[in-house]
Write a protein that binds this ligand. Structure first.
Ligand code: C2E
Ligand code: CA
Ligand code: CA
Length: 642
């Protein structure tokens, strides 16, 4: 876990560094280019060095720039032919050791206080040899020169990255030099042109890298957004004032959001190389199905976006998308493994579902989610209702999260009674959410959301605590023989940590034998640690097991015979109107005799009417019942009269 996150962090840091580099390189290429263009475009009156100085300033942040050249007459002194400091122009500089090194092609940086050679005294204090300096050569056919960039004494010196950059810029400055000498030979102008082209090409390459996904070569998230917003901009511009008829389907844009199904599993099971190959293959397949003018990009790990322009009729879009899905579904073998890819697609239209990329993408994403979670198919179109549903869902998700954080869950109890004697024999604990305003919500309102958010275990723990803390008071009121039933969902039974914690908590209460866990048939269906370890441990501790909602699951009566459980709770659907349903009566009789043979107690759930109750009393031997007729679930506080 920590290794993973460490690895992830490193990758992120690397990516960040690479991006920064890219950004810097692009900026430098741009600066070089604009300086070159300024030089090429300069008319005879402009000093080409002005453009160079401006370009250099942004990269090197110097205080002064000085250009010195060797005299043509073989004299000893260098002449300053250009400078950002007007006073320096025309000054003469004795050519000492350092200057000569630079003239012969070296790039040198000096730290503050380290003077070199003799500098013209009349330029001090603005220009003096103790300032941090960067020297680099200028070379143009026959004459040599050097450029000095100076920083102020209170500025930091130039570092290694500046030295590296100076190499690039030295070439540029050399050309400025040549232009300045007004001796631009043909060969030189060719070189200048080549350099311009080279830089333009590298800038193009950099732009491509910044805009495309490295793995698939498709436009990346930022670039897709840019392209689509441009498309929309053009439509709005050309259609200004004359809104496209939304019903016509013409001149609309369709944004399809594609999400691969179970991509994480491919990565986990077959490795990242297989995942990469799959993504590349999917990119190729989709590409083959779309038109040239359509935008197709990869916006994150396993998410792609296609923008169809023009989109045409919805039915036409559906056909295209179905074809894409069909193609995606072709099996492929990667690294020796057979993979059957599949994807879900959500679609939103411009302008009905959004007038900018972000809105369209979000709505297509919601439709995709709908496609993924429904059984109807793998393609879904955004609708306004879907938008509202999702808004509601998001609001509820947020509220449930906050409710869990605030511990707003309580335990309600419903009596299990002996319908023959009227005695209370137990209680079933049922979760309730009591919000800050005192509104009480049943599980139907929050359980699906809570399980999707992975919060069910926390809710169970809160309900359990409420019950355990009130157990002494309950015992005082209802006696120590009463047993308490607790619901455990199938996902919870397969979670060993959850079950261990539950068992520990029950054992700590010192009353483990007073509890019954209500599990559904589904929990028994899978073989795994639940069957081999958890169940025996529960039994050891004296906890009883009940099968909840019996009659709604798939298990046959034969399967039931294999299970060693203590109680069978007949689902309400079996009990409801039992007096009028001969088929259900037969099932009930069979279950009853089986229960008796296997020594399981049978509980009839959801008894709502006198008729149902009477049937159970008169036509069966069932003793225990639960339902609104006898008792409605009550919050603990109400039950205990607090
Ligand atoms: P369940 O385990 O089948 O619980 C019985 C449900 O039937 C309860 O609904 C109860 O209020 C309701 N009920 C009882 N008698 C009648 C009746 O005569 N007529 C009708 N129509 N309904 C009756 P509730 O409290 O809304 O709970 C719904 C489900 O939520 C439960 O079904 C259970 O599966 C789940 N649940 C509740 N609390 C918890 C919990 O703490 N943990 C887990 N994992 N699931 C819980
Ligand atoms: Ca139950
Ligand atoms: Ca039930």
């Amino acid at each position: 876990m920590t290794e993973d996150s460490e690895g992830l962090r490193e990758t992120l840091v690397d990516m960040r560094r690479e991006l920064d580099m890219l950004r810097i390189e692009t900026t430098h290429a741009k600066l070089l280019l604009s300086a070159l263009e300024a030089m090429l475009g300069a008319n005879g009156d402009d000093d080409p060095f002005n453009g160079v100085f401006t370009a250099l300033m942004q990269v090197f942040e110097y205080a002064h720039a000085i250009v010195l050249v060797e005299p043509g007459d073989g004299g000893e002194q260098l002449e300053c032919i250009a400078s950002s400091h007007q006073m320096a122009i025309g000054s003469l500089w004795p050519a000492g050791k350092l200057f000569r090194k630079a003239l012969s092609g070296r790039i040198i940086s000096t730290v503050p206080g380290v003077g070199a050679d003799a500098w013209p005294a009349e330029l001090a204090p603005e220009i003096s040899c103790g300032q941090p300096a960067l020297y680099f050569p200028l070379a143009v056919r026959g004459s040599r020169g050097l450029m000095i960039l100076l920083r102020r004494l209170d500025q930091a010196g130039f570092d290694r990255s500046h030295v590296a950059l100076a190499r690039k810029f030295s070439l540029l400055a050399s050309h400025a030099f040549a232009a300045r000498q007004a001796s631009l030979s043909k060969a030189e102008s060719r070189r200048l042109k080549d350099l311009t082209e080279e830089l333009e090409a590298s800038q193009e390459a950099l732009r491509f890298r910044a805009n495309h996904d490295q793995l698939t070569g498709l436009p990346n998230r930022a670039y897709v957004r840019e392209l689509v917003d441009q498309m929309i901009g053009r439509k709005q511009w050309s259609g200004a004032g004359c809104e496209a008829d939304p019903g016509s389907g013409a001149n609309q844009l369709a944004l399809a959001f594609i999400d691969l199904d179970e991509f994480k599993r491919v990565n986990d099971m077959h490795g990242h190389v297989a995942g990469d190959v799959l993504l590349q293959e999917i990119a190729r397949r989709v590409q083959a199905e779309i038109r040239r003018g359509d935008v197709f990009g990869r916006i994150s790990g396993d998410e792609f976006v296609i923008v169809l322009d023009p989109a045409g009729e919805q039915s036409g879009v559906a056909r295209i998308v179905e074809r894409i899905l069909e193609r995606i579904r072709q099996p492929l073998s990667v690294e020796g493994a057979q993979i059957k890819p599949s994807a879900s697609i959500g679609i939103a239209f411009y302008p009905e579902h959004g007038r900018d990329y972000e809105t369209l993408r979000r709505h297509a994403d919601l439709a995709m989610y709908q496609a993924k979670t429904s059984t109807k198919g793998r393609v879904s179109f955004f609708t306004r209702d879907l938008g509202r549903e999702v808004d509601d869902r998001l609001v509820l998700e947020q509220r449930v999260k906050e409710a869990v954080a605030a511990g707003e869950f309580r335990c309600a109890l419903q009596q299990k009674i002996n319908i023959r004697t009227g005695c209370v024999v137990g209680f079933e604990a049922l979760a309730r959410w009591v919000d800050a305003a005192g509104v009480v919500y049943s599980p139907g309102h929050f359980l699906p959301t809570a399980s999707r958010l992975g919060l069910l275990d926390e809710i169970s723990a809160l309900v359990m605590e409420d019950l355990l803390q009130n157990l002494p008071a309950l015992d005082a009121g209802f006696g120590p023989a009463i047993r308490y039933s607790i619901n455990v969902s199938p996902a919870q039974t397969t979670s060993v940590p959850f079950m261990q914690k539950l068992l520990r908590r029950l054992s700590e209460s010192g009353r483990a034998g007073r509890f019954i866990l209500e599990l559904t048939e589904e929990s028994f269906a899978a073989t795994g640690p639940f069957q081999t370890h958890v169940l025996p441990a529960l039994r050891n501790a004296g906890v009883a097991i009940s099968i909840d909602d019996f009659g709604t699951g798939y298990s046959s009566l034969a399967k039931l015979a294999e299970l060693t459980v203590d109680e069978l709770k007949l689902d309400r659907s079996l009990v409801s109107s039992i007096h009028r349903r001969p088929r259900n009566q037969i099932v009930l009789r069979a279950v009853e005799s089986l229960g008796a043979a296997l020594n399981m107690s049978i509980v009839a759930e959801g008894i709502e009417t006198d008729e149902e109750n009477r049937y159970l009393l008169e036509q069966t031997c069932i003793a225990i019942g639960q339902g609104f007729l006898h008792h409605r679930p009550q919050l603990l506080a109400d039950l205990l009269g607090r």
